[in-house]
Design a protein around this ligand. Structure first.
Ligand code: IPE
Ligand code: IPE
Ligand code: MG
Length: 248
């Protein structure tokens, strides 16, 4: 756990450009209170709203929220249905706020497989916020990192891109994140220490912040702690610490 680490301030720049979050622990939050898991998802939606707003205020330009993995289809039907109902309520209720905050919505994942009502609500908000430029909010929905990589490989193959033309840049251009930077910081709540098929290609040099806090209890203050922790780190990208100091 790094929430207790003493961050030493070093000159590594300010706020991360791209923050990606694995919003985990809704179910445990609810059951520890004697509530149905669904109540945890409801509370988690409130946290997501607050975190979106705070990220935008802090100057994060790209925020990616792991909202529903491809593997999450294996959950009980009523839980899956509730998650998509909450998504539709969120989208309908937040459209005005997103526009006011100049936030563009995008989806990472295959939208054709989503429930019709959710797809319609997503398409409406994506279209209406397409011109917003202050922050991009990416919802990873029906998302699988491995499937995203395969999808990119299929697209490159269909375009006949092969041999030396198949560069990292060409590959990245076929991912959902095309045109956006890799996540600088990946946050996972609820004490689980794994990626769960999240942004596998893009996480190559991401910094990680793990916290025991369950997602419904993760507020703007802990977000700021995570960002402060990130700011105290030295990202080396393979170089030595001495080289980096000489560069600055
Ligand atoms: C995260 O919370 C939300 C989704 C995966 C949709 P969980 O529902 O996974 O909560 P836990 O891990 O069971 O506590
Ligand atoms: C990851 O959480 C997916 C989301 C947060 C949407 P899970 O709760 O599904 O992950 P595992 O199954 O514990 O790895
Ligand atoms: Mg979970």
């Amino acid at each position: 756990m790094n929430e207790t680490s003493d961050a030493t301030p070093v000159a590594v720049g300010g706020v991360p450009q791209h923050v990606a979050i694995i919003m985990d622990g809704n179910g445990r939050w609810a059951t520890s209170r004697g509530l149905q898991r669904n109540e945890g998802h409801r509370a988690g939606t409130r946290t997501a709203k607050a975190v979106v707003t705070r990220c935008r205020e802090l100057g994060v330009a790209h925020l990616t929220l792991y909202t529903f993995s491809r593997e999450n289809w294996s959950r009980p039907r009523d839980e899956v249905a509730l998650i998509f109902d909450l998504l539709v309520d969120y989208l309908n209720g937040e459209l005005k706020n997103l526009l006011d905050q100049d936030i563009r919505l995008k989806v990472f994942g295959e939208m054709d497989d989503l429930p019709f009502v959710a797809r319609q609500a997503l398409l409406r908000v994506i279209q209406k916020t397409a011109g917003c430029t202050t922050m991009t909010l990416n919802l990873a929905l029906n998302y699988s990192g491995r499937e995203e990589i395969l999808r990119a490989a299929r697209a490159l193959s269909a375009k006949g891109i092969q041999g030396q033309a198949l560069s990292e840049e060409a590959f990245a251009a076929e991912l959902y994140t095309a045109g956006q930077p890799d996540p600088d910081l990946i946050i996972r709540t609820s004490g689980e220490l794994r990626l769960s098929n999240y942004l596998l290609f893009q996480a190559a040099y991401s910094e990680f912040y793990f916290t025991e806090t369950l997602w419904p209890d993760f507020g703007p203050e802990e977000l700021e702690r995570a960002l402060a922790d990130y700011q105290g780190r030295q990202r080396r990208f393979g170089k030595t610490g001495a080289q980096l100091e000489a560069d600055t």
